[in-house]
Design a protein around this ligand. Sequence first.
Ligand code: NAD
Length: 427
Amino acid sequence: MSKPAMTMNAFQIAIQQFDEAARILKLSPDQVVMIKEPRRMTEVNLPVRMDDGSIQIFKGFRCQHSIARGPAKGGIRFHPDVSANEVKALAFWMTYKCAVVGVPFGGGKGGVVVDPPSLSTNELERLARRYIAEMADLFGPDMDIPAPDVGTNPQIMAWMMDTYSMHYKHHLPSVITGKPLELGGSEGRNKSTSMGLAICVRELTSHEHIGKPLTESTVAIQGFGNVGSYAGEILENMGAKIVAICDVAGAFYNKEGISMEKALQYMEKNPSKTLKDFEKTGLVSKYDDAAKLLEEDVDILIPAALEAQITKDNADRIKARIIAEGANGPTTPEADTILYEKGVHIIPDILANAGGVTVSYLEWVQNRMGFYWTEERVNQDLETIMVRAFKEVMDTAKEYKIKMRTAAFIVGINRVRKVAEMRGLYA
Ligand code: NAD
């Protein structure tokens, strides 16, 4: 699967989504300027000593879109396609995602232009440490709190937390979330995005009587990393049948269902840590063209890889009646309109994948208390927050007779606008 050419960049897409909601809310120009554009964008060149002794420069970014509702919050992506526009879009979506689920954060995002598998573990560590050291003034438990995203993981968060704590000479776990459990990570964090997504799918298929009951539904998942793989496992436990999965190594299907336990075990044992050659187990067949997975005849489609996978070029061929966006920005605005007109229900990213930031918030709270909850306690809070957010978005969609994406922005914009007005302008 390759990244289809986009007619708009990710930030332009984000702005278009904002404008649609702002029009419905009849926001004044002053209200718009207070909450639309990013507050601060930082770009750095990161020199890293490579294992062969040479020095290589990596481009890094951090965008703080909003700090109106609390400190900026958002992951750090390590990927070759990272760009200023992508980081700004992801930071923008974080602002409204945090507002939709009501956690007291603004929006931020960071990224480094790098292909992590091309670095040794030592090079990766030096890059991660340099990123945080270079921008240490921006970060802090009450200023800006990073987390993992595509290409980063709990070990990288541990190096970053250590660098920051060494820099400021005291132990500060609450500067970063998504840490390993032993270093102040939260129980439930690694599955939280997928759990939140599964809760949204469950609510849509049960409470709203949209589509088939979950226990009779088939599911295709694009991307089998943190979000996609656990979403498959949780939905399978809820009674759905996962019939197609894919990752960077290819796309695979079995109409009778793919055991998530076996797929996860296969990936764990595979030296490449991918689904490469999964078809050789005889458990699945391989699609000739990985993009076909998106067009599979399933009830529920979960894009959980990268942006702009569902476009005007393939939207017409999508057969799923429900799309739950695990990835950020997987559907372009043109595709969104085509699918809405076809009657497809899209649970938008800023709601569907908000479980991750919700448990990041719970991790930050636990770090600040110095007291740690059980997984049951964390999942209970996640359930309460996600069910409430889902209902608020669904009620707004019904009230205005609009798609869930615009409804989610209306819920989020209303919350950000309100606090921006209450706070007013400082100097
Ligand atoms: P990840 O790196 O763990 O997994 C990404 C998956 O997508 C991998 O299976 C990878 O092989 C696959 N992939 C990447 N490029 C691909 C390609 N060109 N074709 C097919 N598959 C490809 O990342 P993740 O944490 O699961 O994040 C996935 C998406 O979810 C991203 O958009 C991310 O921003 C979003 N998201 C993640 C979280 C989180 O908590 N991890 C929270 C909210 C949103």
